[in-house]
Design a binder for this molecule. Structure first.
Ligand code: UDP
Ligand code: MG
Length: 313
C-alpha cells in the first residue's frame, strides 16, 4: 500500500492543535483503504505548550511523528525538515491553523492519481485576511514573476502535494535561503493546481508578522532574480543622461541666458550620485551577505528531539 506523508509546521499552535489533528485524521480516514498515512508535526521552537501536545498525540498513535527544533528556524525550514524525514510516496504540506482545509488533500490525491507530480492549492478566496495582506500578497506575486525567469504560480502558498519523484529533487536543493513555493516551481515535472477557499485562521494569531513577511519577500526576490543587480547599470545610464542634458543646459545658459555661478547644482549632483552609489552598494551587499551565509554551509536546522521515528532515522 502506498504511503502519504502529511507535514505540518507548528509554531506556538497550542490553540489549534487538537482540532487540526482531528480534521486531518478525519480526512485521511476516508482514503484509508487505499493509502496508509503518517503525519509529521514539526515543532519550530514553540514557546507555548505545543510540543507537549504533540508528544502526547504521538504517544497514542504510531502514525504521528514529531520533529522538534532546538529553536525557531522559520516556516520554510520547518517544511523542509518534515519533507526530509518523511517516507511517503507522496507528501502533503499543510499549515497548522486550518486555513488550508484538510479535505482539499483528497482532491490533491485525485490529481496525483491522474499522474501529476505536484499539485498545489490555489486560493480562490481569502477570508479574514487584512486588506493590507491581500494587496501586498497580490502585488508581490506579480512582481516576483516579472523579476524571475521561474514561473511561480499566482496566489499559492505552501499547501501542496508532491510526488516522491519531485520531492527527491526538492530535497537535493540545500540552499540556506528557502522560498519553498519557488523552488518547487523551479523543479518542473507535471504540475497542476486545485482551487480552494482559504478559510480564516481557526484560532491563535498569525505567526507571520510584517517583518517575517518582508523577509520572505526579500528572500524570494534575491533567491529567484538577479534583476536588482542590474539596477546599477540602468541607474548609471539614467544619471549619465541627466548629466548630459545638464551640460547642454549649462552651455545654453552660459552663452544665451542668464547664469549665476553657484554650488546648488553641484551639491545636488553630488548628493544624487552619492545616494545612487550607496543604494547600489546596498543591493550588491544583500547578495554578498547571502553568498557568505551559503558558503558557511551550516545545517539548515538542528533537531533537539524526535518522537515516533525508528532509531536509525
Ligand atoms: N510557522 C512556523 N514557523 C514560523 C512561523 C510560522 O512553523 O516561524 C507555521 C505556523 O505554525 C503555521 C504556518 O507556519 O502552521 C503558517 O503560519 P501562519 O498561519 O501564522 O501564517 P499566515 O497564514 O498568517 O500567513
Ligand atoms: Mg495561517
Amino acid at each position: 500500500m502506498q504511503l502519504i506523508s502529511i507535514i505540518v509546521p507548528c509554531y506556538n499552535e497550542e490553540a489549534v492543535f487538537a482540532t487540526t489533528m482531528q480534521r486531518l485524521t478525519e480526512a485521511m480516514a476516508s482514503v484509508k483503504d487505499s493509502y496508509a498515512n503518517e503525519i509529521i508535526f514539526v515543532n519550530d521552537g514553540s514557546t507555548d505548550n505545543t510540543l507537549q501536545l504533540l508528544k502526547e498525540a504521538a504517544a497514542k498513535d504510531s502514525s504521528i511523528k514529531v520533529i522538534s527544533f532546538s529553536r525557531n528556524f522559520g516556516h520554510q525550514v520547518a517544511i523542509t525538515a518534515g519533507l526530509d524525514h518523511c517516507k511517503g510516496d507522496a507528501a502533503v504540506v499543510i499549515d497548522a491553523d486550518l486555513q488550508d482545509p484538510p479535505r482539499v488533500i483528497l482532491e490533491f490525491i485525485k490529481k496525483w492519481e491522474e499522474g501529476f507530480d505536484v499539485v498545489y492549492g490555489k486560493r480562490k478566496q481569502r477570508d479574514g485576511e487584512s486588506h493590507f495582506k491581500l494587496i501586498t500578497a497580490k502585488y508581490f506575486y506579480r512582481i516576483i514573476n516579472r523579476l524571475s525567469a521561474v514561473e511561480i504560480p499566482l496566489d499559492t502558498g505552501d499547501f501542496r502535494l508532491m510526488d516522491r519523484k519531485a520531492l527527491d529533487q526538492f530535497l537535493n536543493m540545500r540552499e540556506t535561503y528557502r522560498f519553498v513555493r519557488g523552488m518547487v516551481a523551479w523543479i518542473g515535472f507535471n504540475q497542476t493546481f486545485v482551487e480552494y477557499d482559504r478559510e480564516i485562521r481557526f484560532a491563535g494569531t498569525t505567526k507571520y508578522p510584517l517583518k517575517k513577511m518582508l523577509n520572505l519577500a526579500s528572500d524570494a526576490i534575491l533567491a529567484f532574480s538577479n534583476v536588482p543587480l542590474k539596477i546599477a547599470t540602468w541607474l548609471g545610464f539614467a544619471t549619465s543622461l541627466a548629466a548630459f542634458l545638464g551640460i547642454l543646459y549649462a552651455l545654453y545658459s552660459r552663452f544665451f541666458g542668464d547664469y549665476e555661478p553657484g554650488w546648488t547644482t553641484l551639491m545636488l549632483a553630488v548628493l544624487m550620485i552619492g545616494g545612487i552609489i550607496l543604494m547600489v552598494l546596498g543591493i550588491i551587499g544583500s547578495y554578498i551577505g547571502r553568498i557568505y551565509n551559503e558558503v558557511k554551509g551550516r545545517p539548515l536546522y538542528i533537531i533537539q528531539d524526535k518522537v515516533g521515528f525508528e532509531a536509525s532515522e
